[in-house]
Ligand binder design. Sequence first.
Ligand SMILES: C[S@@+](CC[C@H](N)C(=O)[O-])C[C@H]1O[C@@H](n2cnc3c(N)ncnc32)[C@H](O)[C@@H]1O
Length: 378
Amino acid sequence: MIRAPKRFLGCNSRLQFLRQLYRKHGHRCYPNSDDDDDGDSARTNRRNEDENIFFYKSRGQHILTNPRILDTIVRKSAIKPTDTVLEIGPGTGNLTLKLLEAAQKVVAIEIDERMVEVLDKRVTNQGLRDKLMVIRKDALRTDFPQFDIVVANIPYGISSPLVIRLVYGATRFRSATLLLQKEFARRLLANPGDSEFNRLAVNVKLVADVEFIMDVSKRDFLPSPKVDSSVVIIRPKAEVPNVDLNEWRAFIRTCFSKKNKTLGATFKQKRKVMELLRLCNMTGFSKENVVHSNKADRSSDTEDGVECHYSPSLEEGTSLLRERITGVLKTGGFEDKRPSKLSLQELLHLLSLFNHAGIFFHDKGNLTNEGSFAGDAA
Ligand SMILES: C[S@@+](CC[C@H](N)C(=O)[O-])C[C@H]1O[C@@H](n2cnc3c(N)ncnc32)[C@H](O)[C@@H]1O
């Protein structure tokens, strides 16, 4: 029973008060799964927390309560007794308790202090407590410690940057079992030509394999989200194609800016060409290619006898670069192709053709780190 704080006393009824409370804060629900097997602590906790805890939609707080799904997630993750498991968003700990039973150590990163308190109360067994390390931070703004695998029901709002951060991050790990919004999972699983195939899918595909495990109904969560979910396992590839990952990422961002346009049309856009020209100036393309291509008729001798090349105007530079780009697209037969229909091999081939022609996509001054992939994820 919730007592109406003074600020809500203007409400005519308790129902009105609760509605107002819900609008303001989110749901109040049972935090624990149906078959919690940690004995009294879970039941006590359930009674206490049932009175107190609210779930914020804005933080993706949908607690997985179906024990069958929780067990399947743990079983499919094939956790070894020697593993350190990374869990993003442990919430009230339904999954954490099961992970603690299976792993050597669980590192749980949780942004909401209230959830950490609930989790802390639920892990009463000292043996399990010793295995748990909780990091009270935003998972997108903290360095991950070493881990072997990830198992998590993540807040859907951070799915893209988190997945990219994991697969392009510095830590080598075996697998990531993730409960994701169904549509998002479908994108990760999509292949070239599928309507869901996008920049995220192609970036993940380069470095990892994704396996579908199962769909999860919205009814298996409290509070129920509006969307269904799916569990997938992402496994980093043992061998990643030999490509500069930052260059690849920037190239894919350019190609997929309008994923259903032909590459010819995408690279015709003045803005794109100007962007590439700016990068080319930095990588020496314009010095070696644009300026030299004008050398015959534009160079002149100065008084001290040093040859001074004519510097092409922006317009000339742009049109020379556009010619070069068109040449690359034509040579490879890519002009009329759409990026969303190209295989990884075809995209890698196109990138190598561009690079051989002295055209680069990555601003090397804008240095790389896993966090910088965040904007890439869409
Ligand atoms: C979908 S709930 C999952 C709860 C629990 N793992 C379960 O399966 O029942 C997501 C959890 O992630 C937490 N969270 C949201 N944004 C986060 C962030 N940026 N970093 C870390 N945790 C976050 C929420 O507070 C919430 O506890």
